[in-house]
Design a protein around this ligand. Sequence first.
Ligand SMILES: C[S@@+](CC[C@H](N)C(=O)[O-])C[C@H]1O[C@@H](n2cnc3c(N)ncnc32)[C@H](O)[C@@H]1O
Length: 248
Amino acid sequence: MIDQNIYDNPVFFDGYKELRAREDNYNILVEQPAMTRLLPNLKNKTVLDLGCGYGNSCIDFIEKGAKRVLGIDISERMLTVAKSESSHKDIEYLCMNMAELHLLNEKFDLIYSSLAFHYIENFGSLICDVFHHLNDGGQLLFSQEHPIVTATLDGKGHFNKDANGNLISYSFSNYSESGLRNTTWFVENVIKYHRTIGELLTTIAETGFRIEEVVEPVPEEWALQKRPVLAKEFIKPNFLIIKARKQL
Ligand SMILES: C[S@@+](CC[C@H](N)C(=O)[O-])C[C@H]1O[C@@H](n2cnc3c(N)ncnc32)[C@H](O)[C@@H]1O
């Protein structure tokens, strides 16, 4: 299976761009605040951003004191935006499939990835490559879609309501069946990969990482006020974040 490059699909690209332009999207209100909280001190550090998209995080790392940032992404369209909107002399952007990380001849203090690992088929191989591209004591920080979101094979996971129309629970299935999920998001046939939390954590630990934090972020009060519907994140979290360190 060749990794999909769905972000270069023009319909997908436009739909995703519109979503990210909204000031009340889930990234801004739920995922990014948690990721920012988990960032280590970046003063004079080197950072690799896997699936960097528009490069927003790359700029943020520079503003936090990083001395070099390499952002890689499989999508030329995403990188075109990154190069025009998030350029800096200490940031380099490279069009590359992160599944081919072994081709890079450089090590980093932090390897970061926001919402891209669920597109990768071979998680074990990716984590192994990440390990080898970290300096001793370096850290991995990544977010991905929560396995509750990716689990259901027919994509029909759904909320349930009480008699008054209040959301009370979420139904999902196929949790233990790891593997490919063919989903619809802006366009049909968007390929993602489901893995259980046990599988993710065990793979990371067996590779030699010490797992430092596992976070299933929920909206803070300010975010709930901006978008009250986010209260449903307390029933079903959309994101999973893992921070791990390459042992000395
Ligand atoms: C949901 S977007 C997130 C972008 C960015 N990290 C952010 O948070 O704004 C996922 C990104 O991962 C990239 N991506 C997906 N599969 C990839 C792969 N195999 N190698 C590198 N990048 C990939 C996509 O092109 C897209 O830019």
